[in-house]
Design a protein around this ligand. Structure first.
Ligand SMILES: *Cc1c(COP(=O)(O)O)cnc(C)c1O
Length: 357
């Protein structure tokens, strides 16, 4: 039986994406060939790549606004270094907001390349909130933030106003909510949180910010090289790109980001209401900064852990234990997770309350 998959990533995808991906592995477009054995230069795969790149921009409302999309390899972690390579001149300064483990990893990479300033951090509070009292230096080469902190369950609800190019790691909430995406100059997301299988990263770039770092770039690090080659400088991750396209098509058929956002809000509200109502549980993130994607919560009394774990496992729930840096539980509610799965979790929380009384 299909589990209620609350995993933080790789994550649940729409059932039709699994089915169509499986079919394409056996016979792609009735070609008599598997998608795993065709050339990435074949007409059929070029069409997949072109449509995936165009559809990503369309769903974000960025078509015709000077942006390009790339599907590259190396995960979001590779962009931690590709970004300073492309955007940080030798004598420039990069500004970073430190809101969690992933933000911190991005900062560590940027420091290898040049002057990097951390303008704000919630590290001393174990990242339970998003800092607001920070200033972005006006002469920074770029400002980098992480829209959703997958591990700590916080999410940036309002982004700073700045004239500095804005770079955002949206790995765990891209395509989950409407934003004015044209405020950003570079957006990137590892596919495996909300868009597809692991193996490809979507990078959305405003073309006008490129060719300013003055560095000689190794080819694989050079966004412009990848753009010139239409995201096929080297062999792309054929299957992950195809499965990502299927997810984007599914999202469009649902009605786009605005429609899925309403469902995501309903799911998050259902769970947070229970966390706040149920005396056995407590949320770890500041309420104003709570993530609609990853809800982190603890049992007030760890003695109930065995009983609760038995309850949610028996209910067919998977992927609920929290990250080791927060402990407790983390319910990841990405686009493809139905509201009914969240109800199953809420039911288990209420059943625990009955057992304890
Ligand atoms: C998972 C995650 C990453 C790392 O992604 P990889 O593709 O494994 O490199 C980076 N940033 C955020 C916000 C994440 O959730």
């Amino acid at each position: 039986m299909k589990k209620h998959n609350f995993s933080a990533g790789p994550c649940i995808l729409p059932q039709e994406v699994f089915e169509k991906s499986a079919a394409a592995i056996l016979d792609f477009n009735q070609s008599g060939l598997s998608i795993l054995e065709i050339s990435h230069r074949s007409k059929d795969f070029i069409a997949v790549m072109d449509e995936a790149r165009a559809l990503a921009l369309e769903l974000l409302g960025l078509t015709g606004k000077g942006y390009q999309a790339l599907f590259l390899q190396g995960g979001a972690s590779m962009e931690f270094l590709r970004i300073p390579y492309n955007l940080l001149p030798q004598d420039g300064q990069a500004a970073y907001l430190d809101t969690g483990t992933w933000a911190n990893n991005a900062i560590k990479e940027a420091k290898l390349f040049g002057d990097t300033v951390v303008v704000g951090s919630s590290k001393n509070d174990n990242y339970n909130h998003i800092p607001t009292d920070y200033t972005i230096p006006a002469n920074a080469s770029y400002f980098h933030c992480t829209s959703n902190n997958t591990i700590f369950g916080t999410q940036i609800k309002s982004f700073p106003q700045t004239n500095v190019p804005m770079v955002c790691d949206m790995s765990s909430d891209l395509f989950s909510r409407t934003l004015d995406f044209s405020k950003f100059d570079l957006i990137y997301a590892g596919a495996q949180k909300n868009m597809g299988p692991a193996g490809t990263t979507l990078i959305i770039i405003k073309e006008s910010i490129l060719s300013k770092s003055g560095r000689s770039l190794p080819s694989m690090m050079d966004y412009e090289k990848h753009l010139k080659a239409d995201s096929m400088y080297n062999t792309p991750a054929v299957l992950p790109v195809y499965s990502s396209l299927l997810t984007l098509q599914w999202l469009k058929n649902q009605g786009g980001i605005a429609v899925i956002e309403e469902q995501n809000e309903a799911k998050a509200q259902l769970l947070y209401n229970e966390i706040d109502r149920n005396p056995l549980f407590v949320g770890t993130a500041n309420k104003a900064d709570r993530s609609n994607m990853n809800a982190t919560f603890l049992l007030n009394d760890p003695a109930h852990q065995e009983a609760f774990d038995a309850l949610w496992k028996a209910a067919g729930i998977s992927g609920l234990p929290g990250h080791r840096s927060v402990g407790g539980y983390r319910a990841s509610m990405y686009n493809a997770l139905p509201l009914s799965s969240v109800q199953v979790l809420v039911d288990a929380m209420q059943e625990l309350e009955r057992q304890v009384q």
